[in-house]
Design a protein. Structure first.
Length: 387
């Protein structure tokens, strides 16, 4: 069954295009030629993308000459040795980046075999002036080019490593000063046309409403913060330390007490090594207002990746707290999140007392929580990075 949108588009097809336009490296068919006609078609489509000030200053370069492609391939490989070296280290390791590194290394070794290399360039030099125009007016068009390729059975990968060799590239291709090359696409027909969507973080985790770090578990039918939609808070930070080192700090359940102005400390109430099902009791205080204790149960414990606990009742938690860790640029990205439950907490009865005040109560509570969580992740960073 097809789904036709209000605007008359077949959403199944459009969404398939948007979700399956992948970085194609190992499945590029180097033996099949690509016509100029198709490239013009795809570039015409790409040129429908917007530019700052409607200033049509993009230029495209199609490189077919084998000697020139060989030279571009040589320059690409000079930068790409990092992938060849990393492949040597990661092959067979099961590391999350093993596949992408192997695929990237394959491209490094075969760059010049693509039937065409297509570059998107733009008139101007990026001057960090804060004005739109340069990179800002190129990238959307370059991506439209990729989508147009995919819809016609072709594929490519967005490569920028030649940007590290822009002087040599300019010399080789006769590009005058004042032009910036943004991206180079090795273009070919793909071997097979089925590609899959890639796992990505869901919108509900990376979309913030009205204030940085204010999340919503489900879309709100009213557009405002409501208890029923699952209001959350996130604080994130990057550390130089690797996930294993950060893990030791975040699984010390007493640690946030050093940084939070509300959380006083916690003690394990179960025996043995902590893991899923372990329990602890946390102590909290809003000075001169309220002291309270909560029983918590660990609901996720994946070493160096995720530590989650639920408050009071795991099936109907007052809150779900969670640390997530991911490798990021040689260090880690730490995400500390909290979801306000539908009951079993002090906030919800307050929020539901008066529908007109529901959003205000939830947001007020989230401001306090986020401030303490931000202090905590900054504290973790200081501990692990020794700052
Ligand atoms: C700005 C940008 C630069 C990139 N540069 C390169 C590159 O130089 N070489 C390469 O092999 N892939 C490059 N990629 C491709 C990414 O590695 C790829 O998109 C990523 O692995 C995710 O794969 P997917 O697009 O199939 O989801 C680049 C992607 C972007 C968006």
């Amino acid at each position: 069954m097809t789904t036709i949108s209000e605007a008359g588009f077949d959403l199944d097809q459009i969404d398939r295009l948007l979700t399956t336009t992948r970085a194609v490296r190992k499945r590029l068919d180097f033996d099949r030629s690509v016509s100029d006609e198709l490239l013009f078609e795809c570039i015409d489509l790409a040129e429908q993308a917007p530019t700052g000030g409607n200033d049509a200053s993009r230029r495209w370069m199609v490189v077919r000459d084998q000697a020139t492609k060989d030279e571009l391939g040589r320059l690409y490989a000079e930068v790409g040795t990092l992938f060849i070296n990393a492949r040597g280290r990661l092959d067979g390791s099961g590391h999350p980046k093993e596949k992408v590194v192997s695929s990237s290394a394959h491209l490094v070794e075969n760059y010049a075999r693509a039937p065409v290399l297509v570059m998107c360039a733009i008139w101007g030099i990026h001057d960090n002036s804060g004005k739109p125009g340069l990179f800002d007016s190129g990238i959307q068009s370059a991506w439209s080019f990729n989508l147009a390729l995919r819809s016609r059975g072709l594929g490519s990968v967005y490569t920028t490593m030649l940007n590290n060799k822009s002087d040599e590239v300019a010399e080789l291709l006769g590009i005058p000063p004042g032009i910036t090359t943004l991206v180079c696409f090795p273009v070919a027909y793909t071997k097979g046309t089925e590609f899959s969507p890639s796992p990505r973080r869901p919108a509900s985790e990376i979309t913030y409403f009205d204030q940085w770090g204010f999340t919503r578990q489900r879309p709100s039918s009213e557009g405002t913060a409501r208890v029923v939609d699952g209001q959350g808070v996130v604080a994130e930070i990057d550390t130089d330390a690797r996930p294993a080192a950060v893990w030791d700090v975040i699984t010390d359940i007493d640690m946030p007490a050093r940084f939070s102005e509300e959380f006083l400390g916690a003690e394990w109430t179960s025996e043995g090594d902590p893991g899923v099902g372990s329990t602890f009791r946390g102590r909290n205080s809003i000075p001169d207002v309220f002291d309270w204790e909560v029983d918590c149960i660990v609901t996720a414990w994946q070493e160096s990746e995720a530590f989650e606990w639920r408050v009071t009742d795991p099936d109907n938690p007052g809150a779900v707290w969670r640390f997530d860790l991911a490798e990021q640029g040689g260090g880690s990205r730490l995400r500390f999140s909290m979801l306000i439950g539908q009951e079993n907490n002090g906030t919800v009865p307050q929020a539901l007392k008066d529908p007109a005040k529901e959003e205000g109560v939830l947001n007020g509570r989230r401001r306090t929580l986020r401030a303490n969580m931000q202090r905590t992740v900054e504290g973790v960073k200081a501990l692990v990075d020794g700052a």
